[in-house]
Write a protein of this length. Structure first.
Length: 43
């Protein structure tokens, strides 16, 4: 649960919409970078 929560918190802080909607809106490159950041910061 903490993994999903930290993901939502990180992306939520950057943008209002959920990470799933954001990943679809932003280009694949940025989506990969965001995912990598979430993985690197497993808080």
């Amino acid at each position: 649960m903490s993994f999903t929560q930290s993901r939502g918190a990180l992306l939520g802080d950057m943008h209002m919409p959920p990470y799933n909607v954001k990943s679809v809106t932003v280009p694949p490159v940025r989506g990969i970078v965001l995912k990598q950041n979430c993985f690197k910061q497993p808080e």
